[in-house]
Each structure stands twice: as C-alpha cells, then as structure tokens.
Design a protein around this ligand. Structure first.
Ligand code: CTP
Ligand code: MG
Length: 237
C-alpha cells in the first residue's frame, strides 16, 4: 500500500435475530441496558486504528439507529445506511458508501458487541503490515462432524486444523471490493470466504473469547455476565 489512507469499519446490523427470538431487531437488544449495536460501535471507535464506522441498519430502524449513535458519539465518524436481505447484501450496501480516502476496511458483526478494542487494533495492524486479508479465530473445542441430508455422518475433519472464525475481519479495500463484486450469490456468512474464492491468501490471527457472537438466548446470559465482570473490574481498578 502507498500513502496511508483511513480505516473504516463496516457493521452489518440488519439481521432479524431469529435464533435469539422475536421482538426488536437483534442489534437493538440491550446488554447491560445498552443496545448491542452501540456496544459494538464503541468497541470499534475506541480502537485508535478506526477512523470511520458505517452501520447497515434494519430498513425499518434507520432513523432510530441514527439517533442512537448520534447521542452516543465516540471518536470515530459514524454513517448509517439501510441494510439488505442477507448479511452479504448488508455489507455490500455499506461498501458502496465507502469514502475514497479509505484504504483498509474492517467488517464487524453488530452481534459481537463485546469485542475487545485491542483485537480490533490487532486486525488493522496485521493488514497494514502487509496481509491482504486478516481474520481472528479460535481453536474449536467441540469435535466437528460433516453430515449428509439424512443426518448420517460422512466425516470427522481433524480438529487441530479447524478454527472458529470471528470478526472484525480486515481487508485491503480493493481486495474486499473485488471479492464482493465477483460474488455470484449473496449467501456468504463471512467476508473472508468471498476473498478466498478469489484465490487471495487469508491470514489468521488469535481471536478472543469475548468476541463471541450473540446468536441464541444463552449468549445473552454470557454477554451480561462478561459486561458485569468488566464493570466490576473497572470499579475496583
Ligand atoms: N446481518 C445483516 N443483514 C442481514 C442479516 C444479518 O446485517 N440481512 C448481520 C446481523 O445483524 C449480525 C451479523 O450479520 O450483526 C451476523 O448475523 P447473524 O448472527 O446471523 O444475525 P441475524 O441474521 O440477525 O440472526 P439470525 O440468523 O438468528 O436471524
Ligand atoms: Mg443470520
């Protein structure tokens, strides 16, 4: 990369949260009294590596999300756009709104509200060190099976070679843009998979337990506990 540009974080937040259960869109569910999306945006903007955050909000909540994030302004600039029907579509809609002076792009799930800011900075640093695509990941603890349509096991991949992938995932801007432009459907559940299809090498760095995705009701219990522990530690320290 040449002259340093700005770093933007795209935040897909337009999901309905069906596995979590009905009610408000998942990104607006509260953890410790604060919407998940607000936690996520703060974690990103608390990293000094991030200059700009672009949120893809649920179509019906764009104004509400704008108001929420205007009130709770961090240091980074925040733009809110309308999300799409799939995660990939939401990321694509945020990408369209990327200013010209951005050269590194992160994509971070709103559903990972408690990501440590240090991990955000580590992803940006790895891209700026020369990796075209960087993803944080953890070793898996369960044994993973492949099954067929009848739920019969067809294989057991070697666990030591498997990783559970998190966000933020970081990319050289042009790499992410051409991967999205070349996608032939809109079903990718992460951005690295689109980049992999282009034959670009994706580098893994250590993830963090607290960057887990809030997907099912029990994840909310864990998120509340992690936040309570952080607040207690801060009160003592
Ligand atoms: N997402 C999005 N637009 C969509 C679908 C998902 O921006 N049309 C976002 C979610 O808001 C979330 C991230 O992608 O931050 C990861 O998706 P997931 O955890 O699957 O969230 P939901 O799709 O909301 O949940 P579910 O699949 O249980 O409905
Ligand atoms: Mg989903």
């Amino acid at each position: 990369m040449g002259v340093l540009g700005r770093t933007a974080a795209l935040v897909p937040a337009a999901g309905r949260g069906e596995r979590l259960g009905a009610g408000v869109p998942k990104a607006l569910r509260l953890i410790g009294g604060t919407p998940m999306l607000v936690h996520a945006v703060h974690a990103l903007s608390a990293s000094r590596a991030v200059d700009l955050v672009i949120v893809a909000a649920p179509e019906t909540e764009v104004d509400e999300v704008r108001a929420l994030l205007a009130e709770q302004a961090g240091t980074a600039e925040v733009i809110v756009v309308t999300g799409g029907a799939t995660r990939q579509d939401s990321v694509a809609r945020a990408l369209i709104n990327l200013p010209h002076d951005v050269d590194v792009v992160l994509v971070h799930d709103a559903a990972r509200p408690l990501v440590p800011s240090e991990m955000v900075s580590a992803v940006v640093a790895a891209v700026r060190r020369g990796h075209d695509a960087v993803i944080p990941a953890l070793a898996v603890t369960d044994t993973i099976k492949s099954v067929n349509a009848d739920e019969d096991v067809i294989g057991t991949p070697d666990r030591s070679s498997l990783r559970a992938v998190q966000t933020p995932q970081g990319f050289v801007r042009s790499v992410l843009q051409s991967a999205h432009a070349s996608a032939n459907d809109d079903s990718a559940t992460d951005d690295a998979s689109l980049v992999e299809r282009q034959g670009v090498k994706v580098h893994v760095i250590p993830g963090h337990e607290e960057a887990f995705k809030v997907t099912r009701p029990i994840d909310l219990v864990l998120a509340e506990a992690v936040l309570a522990k952080r607040r207690a530690t801060r009160a003592i320290g």
